[in-house]
Ligand binder design. Structure first.
Ligand code: IMP
Length: 177
């Protein structure tokens, strides 16, 4: 594998396709075990999580549902000046066993804002599955329950993650040189 150029930046190979697939399978095995007989609902956050969500879901053997949502923020009247809404979340979450599927937890800001909105609907349980996590970048208290890789605080692309819209199609994950 060699370096790739996306827009103006050079990225080098970091996580290979085989190791990504292996980790995704491991997470699926754990979830299959933990959620046996519980029919969880996966909520995948677009755009970045589409590949991870798809591979994870393919490796599940339990009964499970999945929906894809997009988080949009707009300037509102809240004290923070920003309101986060979930587009496409049309299910009643009351009593559901929810697993959020994220591509990467970086500062944790997104989930820190979004999780209270979900909890408001009183699901039976709420867990987080993330392919990547940058512990050194974490600012908000987010605990990842099912994690693929803990990575250094470097910008990465590929396997669903983008740099300014491009790079999502790469089967491997690359990091900024
Ligand atoms: P957070 O709110 O800071 O945790 O950021 C979460 C979102 O930022 C992720 O879902 C990604 O879409 C994006 N993001 C964070 N780090 C990276 C990266 O290294 N590459 C691509 N996208 C990233």
């Amino acid at each position: 594998m060699k370096q790739v150029k996306i827009h103006d930046k050079i990225f080098e190979p970091y996580l290979f396709e085989t190791e990504i697939q292996e980790q995704v399978k491991k997470i699926a095995i754990e979830i299959n075990k933990d959620y046996e007989g519980r029919k969880p609902l996966f909520i995948a956050i677009l755009n970045g999580s589409f590949m991870f969500a798809s591979d994870l879901f393919k490796n599940l053997t339990i009964d499970a549902e999945i929906c894809f949502i997009k988080l949009a923020s707009y300037k509102g009247m809240s004290s923070s000046g920003r309101v986060l809404t979930a587009i496409g979340l049309d299910m009643d979450l009351f009593g559901k066993e929810i697993i959020i599927v994220e591509d990467i937890v970086d500062t944790g800001k997104t989930l820190n804002e979004f999780l209270p909105k979900l909890l408001h609907q009183q699901p039976a349980s709420l867990k987080i599955a993330a392919l990547l996590h940058k512990p050194d970048a974490l600012v908000f208290p987010i605990n990842v329950d099912y994690l693929g890789f803990s990575i250094p605080n470097k910008f990465v692309v590929g396997y669903g993650l983008d740099y300014d819209g491009l790079g999502r199609n790469l089967k491997e994950i690359y990091k900024l040189v």
